[in-house]
Ligand binder design. Structure first.
Ligand code: G6P
Ligand code: MN
Length: 433
C-alpha cells in the first residue's frame, strides 16, 4: 500500500501516514520496510507510528484497516480445528471463516466505535477478513463510510479480459455480483458487447487462465459464469478438505512460521527489510501446497515478505483517489446492498460494481443472480447474520446456529463440537456462553 502511495504522483496525494499496531516491535519492523521503500524517492509520505488507536485515528481522512485478531496462530487454529472435524478449515470460508469472524467482530465493533467518536468524517477502508462480514458489522456504526475491499473480483476480471484478448482490460465492464469470496462473473462487456459467451464456448480460452483451470471448462459452462476462485471450496469441497487434511501444515501455520522468520530477521539491524513475492493468490497457494507435500527438512524455502502485491493496493488507491478528488470511477466493492440484489435486504453488505465519487461508493445495477447463486448467497448471508447476532449477544446457541447453517458444515452435532473446540483454543471466543 505504501508503495502505491509512493508511486502516486497525482494532485492531492497522501502526505502523511500513521501506522498503528498493538505490538511496538512489529510497528518498528514495518516502519523499516517503509523506510526502505521510500529510500531515494522524491517527497515520500511522512510516516509516524503509534500503539494508541485514538491517536492514530485523530485527523485521518482515510483509515486502512487490516487486523488479524488472534494473529496467524489464531488462523492456524481456525483451520486445524475444522479440518480435525472433517470440514473445511480455511481463512474466510466455511467453519474456519466463521471462527475467524466470531473472534474479529467484537474488535471490529470496538474500532468502529472509536472511529465514530474520534474520526467521524474519515472514510474507513476495510481490508480485514472475512471482509464482507466485518464490513457489514462496521456499517452498523459507520453507515456508508465503511467500504470493504478485495482484490479477487478485479483480478478475475483482468484475467478473463486478458484471455479474451482485450486491448484495454481495465476498460471492460464487469457484471460481477455476490458476497465477498462468493461471487460470479456473469458478463464482461467490451465496446458494448458481452464477450463472455465467446469465452464459454472455447475450451482453449477457458483453460488459459487461473480460474478456468481451477474449475475446468465443463463446469464453468454448466454454471454459465466464471466463479470467484474461493467457490472452489464449495464446488470441490470434499477434494479440498482431503488435500488440506493431508498437508503437513495448514496455510495459516505456514504463514505464521514465515512471518515469524520475517520478524526474527528484522531483529538484525543490518538485514534488508524488503523482499517481494508476486503472483496471484492461486499461484501462491499452489506453491504452498507443493511445498507442503515435500518431505520435511527438504531444504530452505523461498521466503516471502509482508510486501507481496496482489492488487489490493491498486483497488485501495483507486478508491481513495476517487473519493478524495471526486474523480468518478467504477470498482467492485463491499457495500450495503440497497436494492441491488433483490434477494437480500438493504443493509446486507454485498460485493458488486460501484460508482465511486466524492460522495462515496454507490452500487450500480447488475443482472440478477441465477437461482443456485441466489440460494448460496442467501444461505451464507444467513450464517453471517447468525455470527453478528452471536457476537452482539454472546450467545453460544447463535454461534452453534452460525456453524450449523453453513452449507459446508454437515451436522448440528459437528457445529456444537466446533464451538466447544474453538472456545477452548481461542481466548477471543471466550465471550460465547
Ligand atoms: C486474496 C484474498 C484475500 C486474502 C489473500 C491472501 O488476495 O482476496 O482476502 O487475504 O488472498 O490469502 P492467503 O491464504 O495467502 O493468506
Ligand atoms: Mn479477499
Amino acid at each position: 500500500m505504501y508503495g502505491a502511495l509512493l508511486r502516486d504522483r497525482g494532485e492531492g496525494r497522501v502526505s502523511e501516514v500513521t501506522l498503528y499496531d498493538l505490538d511496538a516491535g512489529r510497528l518498528s519492523a514495518v516502519a523499516r520496510v517503509l523506510a526502505e521503500q521510500a529510500a531515494g524517492e522524491a517527497d515520500p509520505p511522512e510516516v509516524s507510528t503509534t500503539t494508541d488507536l485514538d491517536e492514530a485515528l485523530r485527523g485521518a481522512d482515510f483509515v486502512f484497516s487490516a487486523i488479524r485478531v488472534g494473529g496467524l496462530e489464531g488462523r492456524a487454529a481456525d483451520e486445524r480445528v475444522a479440518l480435525a472435524e472433517g470440514v473445511l478449515g480455511q481463512e474466510t470460508v466455511g467453519a474456519g471463516g466463521i471462527a475467524y469472524g466470531l473472534r474479529t467482530l467484537p474488535v471490529a465493533d470496538m474500532i468502529a466505535r472509536r472511529v465514530a467518536a474520534v474520526a467521524p468524517d474519515a472514510w474507513f477502508i476495510n481490508f480485514t477478513n472475512p471482509a464482507g462480514l466485518v464490513t457489514e458489522a462496521m456499517s452498523r456504526r459507520l453507515g456508508d463510510r465503511v467500504i470493504g475491499i478485495c482484490d479477487s473480483p478485479v483480478g478475475l476480471g483482468r484475467r478473463v479480459a486478458h484471455a479474451l484478448g482485450a486491448q484495454k482490460p481495465q476498460e471492460a465492464w464487469l457484471d460481477y455480483a455476490g458476497l465477498n469470496h462468493l461471487g460470479w462473473l456473469r458478463g464482461l462487456r467490451i465496446d458494448g458487447r458481452d464477450e463472455l459467451p465467446r469465452l464459454l464456448r472455447d475450451d482453449g480460452l477457458l483453460e488459459s487462465f487461473e480460474e478456468g483451470r481451477l474449475f475446468g471448462a465443463e463446469w464453468i459452462r454448466s454454471v454459465g459464469a466464471v466463479p470467484n476462485e474461493y467457490l472452489h471450496y464449495y464446488y470441490f469441497n470434499r477434494e479440498t478438505v482431503r488435500a488440506y487434511r493431508e498437508a503437513r501444515q495448514t496455510r495459516g501455520a505456514f504463514l505464521r512460521d514465515q512471518q515469524a522468520r520475517f520478524y526474527e530477521r528484522m531483529r538484525d539491524e543490518a538485514a534488508p527489510a524488503l523482499k517481494t513475492w508476486d503472483g496471484t493468490r492461486a499461484e501462491r497457494e499452489a506453491t504452498y501446497m507443493a511445498e507442503n507435500r515435500e518431505a520435511a527438512g527438504a531444504g530452505e524455502r523461498d521466503e516471502a515478505s509482508l510486501t507481496e502485491s496482489g492488487g489490493y493496493e491498486k483497488v485501495a488507491l483507486a478508491l481513495m483517489r476517487a473519493i478524495a478528488r471526486d474523480e468518478r470511477t467504477t470498482l467492485i466493492l463491499n457495500v450495503r446492498n440497497g436494492t441491488t440484489l433483490p434477494n437480500l435486504d438493504a443493509d446486507a453488505v454485498v460485493e458488486v460494481p460501484c460508482l465511486v465519487d466524492g460522495n462515496g461508493a454507490h452500487p450500480v445495477a447488475v443482472s440478477p443472480l441465477e437461482g443456485h447463486q441466489a440460494a448460496l448467497v442467501g444461505a451464507v448471508k444467513a450464517v453471517e447474520r447468525q455470527s453478528l447476532e452471536a457476537a452482539a449477544s454472546g450467545s453460544r446457541s447463535a454461534a452453534v446456529a452460525a456453524f450449523a447453517l453453513h452449507p459446508l458444515v454437515d451436522s448440528v452435532a459437528v457445529a456444537r463440537r466446533l464451538v466447544d473446540a474453538y472456545r477452548e483454543v481461542h481466548p477471543g471466543m471466550g465471550y460465547l456462553a
